[in-house]
Design a protein around this ligand. Structure first.
Ligand code: UTP
Length: 299
């Protein structure tokens, strides 16, 4: 029986420059979709997948992420006293009691690969997950990470989430070449970071969910800085797949790139339209707005 992942790494030490000036004080991962920050969606997905140890790789300015998962004594007391029990539950349940949060500092933003490497002392040599919270994945059934953790446990392979993107967008992603897919997964032969469309080996793009063999840490330690002087996770994965099976996993669900303005807007609209209390009002509001601005009505 292959081991089940129990630990997840959340690299949240990036500068979030695309959301400046908001991200001057609010980390990108704390931007909300409706009433929950992006990091909460990511954490819930990891817990659903079976993780009980969550490693947040932060930088020294990002106290907000640690504060968010800390106990808020005063707030809880006030809510309790004023009988706001529903809200009290919401505040208490950001992290279930069986789950522990560990915070690691990435002293310098030396890239995603370097951020993952910072989690090595807590992960050790076991398979683990990496979630990038700004890739929000919406699905009615099992979350993307649970789908991948199940596949990893069944096969013993590392799993990397992929989605088909238009060829002209390959330069924004890591792109994989694979063997033929069996169901949702196919073994990766090659991975390249941000190739131009004319040289991209496929249009299968890596998105922010990974189940990785612990061997990746040794490989990251031997990875020299690549594009932009950063230690790239993609380069270490390229070495890993020469040693061990690494599969691309076409997850079920819709991914929103909340690291971009339009992605965050799209996710907000989609979650509002799916929200049990907000959907009717959101739909009416959108129809009114489009009508007022002379755009076609929604059907
Ligand atoms: P991005 O490429 O989205 O960079 O990083 P960013 O800094 O967050 O955002 P922009 O591009 O400036 O707007 C992808 C993920 O890797 C993490 C980020 O926090 C994000 O989750 N990361 C990146 C680190 O943790 N450390 C790094 O050195 C770089």
């Amino acid at each position: 029986m292959n081991p089940r992942i129990k630990k997840a790494v959340f690299p949240v030490a990036g500068l979030g420059t695309r959301f400046l000036p908001a991200t001057k004080t609010v980390p990108k991962e704390m931007l909300p979709i409706i009433d929950r920050p992006l990091i909460q969606y990511a954490v819930d997905e990891a817990i659903e997948a079976g993780c009980d140890t969550l490693v947040f790789v932060t930088n020294r300015y990002k106290h907000a992420v640690a504060d968010y998962f800390d106990k808020a004594y005063e707030l809880e007391q006030k809510l309790e006293k004023s009988g706001k029990l529903e809200q009290l539950e919401l505040v208490r349940n950001v992290l279930p009691s069986h789950v522990r949060a560990v915070f690691v500092t990435q002293a310098e933003a030396l890239g995603l690969g370097h951020a993952v490497l910072c989690a090595k002392p807590i992960i050790g040599n076991e398979p683990f997950a990496v979630i990038l919270p700004d890739d929000l994945i919406w699905n009615r059934g099992n979350g993307a990470l649970k789908q991948m953790a199940d596949a990893a446990q069944a096969t013993g392979a590392s799993m990397i989430a992929v989605q088909d993107v238009p060829r002209e967008q390959t330069g924004s992603y890591g792109i994989v070449a694979t063997e033929a897919f069996a169901g949702r997964s196919g073994r990766i032969n090659a991975i390249v970071e941000k190739p131009k469309p004319e040289v991209a080996p496929s249009n299968l793009a890596v998105v922010g969910r990974y189940v990785l063999d612990g061997r990746i840490f040794d490989l990251l330690e031997n990875t020299t800085p690549g594009a932009g002087g950063e230690i790239q996770l993609t380069d270490a994965i390229a070495m890993l797949l020469a040693e061990k099976p690494v599969h691309a996993y076409r997850f079920q669900g819709t991914r929103f790139d909340c690291g971009t303005h339009i992605g965050l807007i799209e996710a907000t609209i989609r979650y509002a339209l799916d929200h049990e209390k907000l959907s009717d009002a959101a739909r009416d509001m959108m129809q009114d707005a489009l009508r007022e601005m002379g755009v076609h009505e929604l059907d």
